[in-house]
Write a protein that binds this ligand. Structure first.
Ligand SMILES: O=C(O)CCC(=O)C(=O)O
Ligand SMILES: [Fe+2]
Length: 350
């Protein structure tokens, strides 16, 4: 088996019986995510695998540093410090939310489909109202309620302490990043164990089988906040969007098909634009937006799931016609034109 500088491409049999170290308790001292250390540990050669945790941390940090640009490291370090400042001061309301426990989170039909883990079991619970948009029942109403209360509790703490928080993204001025106040590890497990099994079979061509990081947040709409969201593509390969409540009208999402970067802002043909009122969805790269929430308050949970492997591969790709609807259309038009030219030259040569 290939072994390079103490690393093995394929984890050895020994790893199966090896208890992976807990790196989470070292989080504030680590330069990278504890999850990265846990994953990399599986590839250590036997002599390192059985050495001390400190030794392993040192060895793995040296390797990771070689692959990570300084700017990225500074950004991660700043983000860790920011999160640490929040976590050491914010008192969670529902501690249950911070540890993944399927029976507390999901409806029984969803747990059954995931544990059976087959295309047939997913088909039983999922419908596809628009190509690349999957809709299914997933979270228990009590879980949604508790998450809403937790977000309200966090926002109350932010107001009282005048803590300056970072908003979920450039588009949403209202909402909170769940990863920033302690839910990061739970949401990573959420993605790996409950989103990946579905996206692996449904969204293979856009990186759905190699999701490895996430950005988890809630967005809020209402008369006293923003009401709608313009057309965009998420900074994600696969997105989970769940409506947490409460009472509102409007707020439909609209979709305009899967597009590559080149076609992201091109004119939409009317037949591609589709509006939806729905509450749970998993979608791929599709361009989308949200219509105005016309009364009440709408809060949605978003998990943007990312694949570093897919992003790396995309850098070297020039043809996206296997998944970009507009590239596909361009290619079809080119083929038709070529055919027409061939016909003309065949006729004129008669
Ligand atoms: O308003 C919504 O439910 C969608 C939000 C969204 O698309 C996003 O934050 O990326
Ligand atoms: Fe979005």
């Amino acid at each position: 088996m290939s072994s390079l500088k103490g690393l093995q491409l394929i984890p050895s049999v020994e790893v199966e019986h090896h208890k992976v170290e807990n790196y989470e308790e070292l989080e504030s001292k680590l330069e990278f995510s504890p999850l990265l250390y846990s994953s990399l540990e599986r590839h250590l050669s036997s002599n390192l695998l059985n050495s001390s945790r400190d030794n392993k941390v040192q060895f793995m940090s040296d390797i990771l540093l070689g692959y990570s640009p300084l700017s990225e490291r500074i950004r991660t370090q700043k983000q860790n410090e920011y999160r640490q400042r929040i976590i050491s001061n914010y008192q969670p309301l529902h501690s249950m939310l911070y540890t993944m426990k399927a029976t507390n989170f999901f409806v029984p039909s969803f747990i059954k489909a995931i544990s059976e883990n087959s295309v047939e079991s997913f088909r039983k619970i999922i419908c596809e109202p628009y190509p690349g948009v999957l809709s299914f029942e997933m979270l228990q109403p009590r879980f949604c309620e508790m998450l809403l209360e937790e977000v309200e509790n966090f926002e109350k703490w932010v107001r009282e302490t005048k803590f300056r928080i970072m908003r979920p993204n450039a588009m949403s001025k209202f909402g909170a990043v769940l990863d920033d106040f302690g839910l990061q590890n739970m949401l990573q497990k959420f993605m790996e164990d409950f989103i990946l099994p579905i996206s692996r079979v449904a969204f293979t061509e856009v990186g759905g089988s190699t999701l490895d990081s996430h950005h988890g947040f809630v967005v809020e709409y209402g008369m006293d906040k923003g009401v709608d969201l313009g057309l965009h593509v998420d900074d994600a390969e696969v997105t989970l969007n769940v409506c947490l409540g409460k009472h509102f009208t409007g707020g439909d999402l609209f979709f305009q098909g899967v597009r590559c970067e080149k076609h992201m802002n091109t004119e939409t043909r009317p037949e591609v634009k589709v509006f939806f009122t729905f509450f749970n969805s998993l979608s791929n790269y599709s361009t989308h937006g949200a219509r105005a929430t016309t009364s009440g308050r709408r809060t949605n949970l978003l998990i943007w799931c990312r694949s570093s492997v897919f992003r790396e591969m995309r850098k070297y790709q020039t043809d996206f016609s296997s998944w970009c609807a507009e590239c596909k259309r361009d290619e079809e038009e080119r083929m038709l034109q070529k055919l027409a030219t061939l016909k003309i030259s065949a006729v004129s040569s008669l």
